[in-house]
Design a protein around this ligand. Structure first.
Ligand code: ZN
Ligand code: ZN
Length: 402
């Protein structure tokens, strides 16, 4: 199907009115109205601001299609005529693309129910950017009330050329962990360091030692990232404070690598404190835990022809170092996940390129997701995104499977 002008209007409206994580009330209202007018049974306020649309269309499996709805605390600098009208908030990750495509796909699947059978579960989740929205919906009883899917399907718009879809089998998005580490020292006058245990020096040596988790403890073929993105201590040059705070962010693809890296961080943080004679061990608050998105090999192979039938060139973009909580819908259901990247960059930017390296270099020059300048082109992105969801859903909901 080609995308109707009303979907373009809806996209521009969502883009103009972005909402932060767990504050997606307006967006949820638009989603619920659109689903109702397409004939879906609708449940709102699932996991706070999430929306679920259901069509029970005879005997057959349940298939979950997922879009996320939240925007980012970013000031848009795209110069688009439909740029954000909300101060300091923008759809810089393209979740408005995901919502528009899934609503258009839902309308098409509802209008063509004679071409498929089973139960369609359209899930519009809040708070992907916090890594909390999928969990919130599942804990709110999503599967108890609507059944468990046989597959989870979804997409994320990315700075690849519009007209392409990227599918990577295996770990496709990294696991993300964030830890707040409070290091305890013993404060005092800056002129009398011998009477103190200086947490600033201890934090500094901990930061440096943590650099060895990847460089010295991880095998060269393994991928892991350890970043200390926040370091706070003290108030004044001549006061040695009592505590220092580190925020550590970890990315990894394999569970065993993740466990080892997190274990190494704990060992180093505790060991450095003990070496410095800290009065008590550090406190570690593991406040963010998002699992890797692992695409199922068989399910990806089975779905690929459907994605191609949507008019896209399907390629393998390799794993993404960003993180996503879509995988939780699949792991909680015990079913496979097929999560693809939807090209959203102007194809004209890629004209004349002949090698993979030229392609990769060009992608690096395009503002990426989360940039204030991130601006996917509407066409053919929306059309291919909607068609991909329709085709993938139909593949998993064949008539007569029973
Ligand atoms: Zn994002
Ligand atoms: Zn995103």
């Amino acid at each position: 199907m080609s995308i109707a002008p009303s979907w373009t209007e809806l996209y521009e409206d969502l883009h103009k009115h972005p909402e932060l994580s767990f504050e997606e009330q307006r967006t949820a209202g638009i989603v619920a109205d659109s689903l109702r007018s397409a004939g879906f049974e609708v449940e709102t306020e699932v996991g706070r601001t999430g929306v679920v649309g259901v069509i029970r269309n005879g005997d057959g499996p349940t298939v979950l299609l997922r879009a996320d709805m939240d925007a980012l605390p970013v000031t848009e600098a795209t110069g688009l005529p439909y740029a954000s009208t909300v101060d300091g908030v923008a759809h810089a990750c393209g979740h408005d693309v995901h919502v528009t495509c899934l609503l258009a796909a839902c309308a098409e699947l509802s209008a063509t129910r004679d071409t498929w059978a089973g139960t369609l579960l359209a899930v519009f989740q809040p708070a992907e950017e916090l890594g909390d929205g999928a969990r919130a919906m599942i804990q709110d009883g999503l599967y108890e009330r609507h059944g468990t899917p046989v597959v989870v399907l979804g997409q994320h718009v990315a700075p690849m050329p519009a007209g392409t879809i990227g599918v990577h089998v295996g770990p496709a998005f990294a696991a993300a962990d964030s830890l707040a580490v409070t290091i305890h020292g013993k404060g005092g006058h800056g002129s009398m360091p011998h009477t103190t245990v200086d947490p600033v020096v201890l934090a500094a040596s901990t930061v440096l030692k943590l650099q060895t988790v990847v460089s010295r403890e991880s095998a060269p073929a393994e991928t892991a990232v350890v970043t200390i993105g926040r370091l706070e201590a003290g108030t004044k040059a001549n006061i040695i404070p009592d505590t220092a705070l580190l925020h550590v962010n970890v990315r990894s693809y394999k569970a065993e690598v993740r466990d080892r890296v997190l274990g190494s961080i704990r060992r180093i943080v505790e060991g450095e404190a003990a070496t410095a004679g800290a009065p008590k061990p550090p406190e570690i608050d593991h406040y963010e835990q998002v699992d890797a998105v692992v695409n199922d090999a068989d399910a990806c192979v089975a779905t690929k022809p459907a994605l191609e039938s949507a008019g896209a060139l399907v390629l393998d973009p390799g794993p993404v170092s960003g993180s996503e909580d879509v995988g939780l819908f699949a792991t909680e259901a015990g079913c496979p996940c097929v999560y693809w990247l939807l090209g959203g960059a102007d194809p004209a930017l890629f004209e004349g390129l002949t090698t993979i390296q030229e392609f990769v270099d060009r992608v690096a020059t395009i503002p990426s997701n989360h940039s204030p300048e991130y601006a996917p082109v509407q066409e053919p992105t929306l059309e291919i995104g909607a068609n991909a969801l329709v085709a993938a859903a139909r593949h998993w909901l064949p008539v007569g499977r029973g």
